[in-house]
Design a protein around this ligand. Sequence first.
Ligand SMILES: Nc1ncnc2c1ncn2[C@@H]1O[C@H](COP(=O)(O)OP(=O)(O)OP(=O)(O)O)[C@@H](O)[C@H]1O
Ligand SMILES: [Mg+2]
Length: 598
Amino acid sequence: MARNKYDVDESLETEFNIEHLKRLWTYVRPHKKDIIKTLLMVILTNIAILMGPYLLRYAINVLIPAGEILKLVIVAFVYLISIVISMICLKYRIRVMARLAQNVIADLRRDLFIHLQKLSFTYYDSRPHGKIIIRVVNYVNSLNDLLQNGIINMITELFSLLLIVCFMVSINIRLTLVSLAGVPLLIIVIYIIKNIQRTRWQKVSQKQSNMNAYLHESLTGIKVTQSFVREEVNERIYERTSDDVRTSHILAVRSNILLWPITENISVLTISLMYIAGVSWITNASLAAGDFVAFTAYITSFWAPINNLGNFYNQIIVAAAYLERIFETLDEPVTIKNAIDSYELPPIKGEVEFDNVLFGYEKDVTVINNMSFKVDPGETIALVGATGSGKTTIINLLTRFYDIQGGRILIDGHDLAQVTLDSLRNQIGVMMQDTFIFSGTVMDNIRYGKPDATDEEIIQAAKEVMAHDFIIEMENGYQTEVNERGSRLSVGQRQLISFARTLLADPQVLILDEATSSIDTNTEKALQIALERLLKGRTSIIIAHRLSTIKNADRIFYISHGRITEAGNHDELMALKGDYYSLFMGQYKMFNDDKEAG
Ligand SMILES: Nc1ncnc2c1ncn2[C@@H]1O[C@H](COP(=O)(O)OP(=O)(O)OP(=O)(O)O)[C@@H](O)[C@H]1O
Ligand SMILES: [Mg+2]
């Protein structure tokens, strides 16, 4: 069985790349102030907390033997205040860090979106959209934990660790050394399990991506699924992808909890060691009892930060798997972009020329074969030909959605590759076969290509293309909300809205992939009139399906295997009795006869 895209894992980066973390830091750096504020809070909290055992030691060693009740009460009160301070600091710190995490995440999301909008059709052709979406939404969000708690926890824990060691050293150096004995062992263990964890978390990210890809595809194709009663088959496929996520996640989590019991064991071992040493030193009187009590308190707080650092380390490993994907997307090269010496395309008259153009979507598969033609300003060209012959491709090249591999495309004598993309696309209007309608009002949709258009201009454009009548019949007229993809509009209505949208943008060159679906005669007439108005005074290239459009064109190009094999107006091509003649006799004649008979 051929493997679907949603079954294919995205490739892995094999080595842990510290660059990813450094790059994440560039997003955190602008919020340095927040971090410094939080650090101050952390220092205060820590000092407050660590005061405890010190006060305890003072009470046991000095105050209690001397029976100084008043001082003891004061010490207890200081202890209480230190706890209150640490609580306030903690609350503040949580607030600031939540803000920081969300700011960083928002910045990343924004950069991803900006970059995605620049990427070429080739990028989107080659991967399921679900796999792109999950990066912007879930992967980015999964950094929240690391940012909100991880970073600051790490600094906090390192800091308290340092502080504890200082306190410990100040009490007794020998005992401190005994307590630190387990640390090298821990470092070795971390180093060993690192790679297991890494690959497992990468696996999770891949499986999540696959599941998302399948989900996205299923929802997009839900109508086909339901009409072919494919629900059960799809359910099984989805279950499989979902199962992969589950098992890989369980496996990954298992590798994360590897660290905890190991740390725990090492800590128990070292603490026992310390007890043995401590007790024997007390017996031979080389250690004060109060020192030892304080030390036992510190030793537990010594292993707590180490355990937490282990958690942080796990977070880093998880985040690294996602960061890899996020930065991969951000680094995806923008292939269709302005040339270094590009210039603005001046206002055009609308002369279009293909000069020996060679193009294929994939290497070694030529779709456009050394094609040459010239269209005069104001001329209307109809492209006809068998399915898959390359008509849509010609259109894709004219707007530079793809770059050509040979030859040149010229507009008013300017090479397409040399002018800026914006100035080019602003002067060329494209209407795709399947008109895309965005969620929002009808008005918004017409305004799409010219955001500063006034309501009057929009209504004028709609009237011009015969869309006004059906729009005002809708319940809220121009303010009627339409859904994404325009599911509440008919195909003909969508076309008319797209005509209005294009007319409003007023491009000098017009490109139209005509909808194939047959429409009722009234709409057909409306569309024809609308189209005539739209074409007036513009150079137009139309992939024509309707006979009226073809007959009204100044010239017809018959496309076969990426070449223009016949060119001329309807009568000339009919007289030629070639491919166009056959197409016409086979397709349109029959349609006409039907009409006459009906
Ligand atoms: N994004 C793509 N990636 C790879 N190959 C493609 C892509 N789009 C089209 N092709 C291939 O290029 C060839 C020309 O396709 P094109 O869409 O230009 O045909 P067409 O003439 O518009 O057909 P139709 O009348 O059915 O719309 C076809 O063989 C098609 O398989
Ligand atoms: Mg096509």
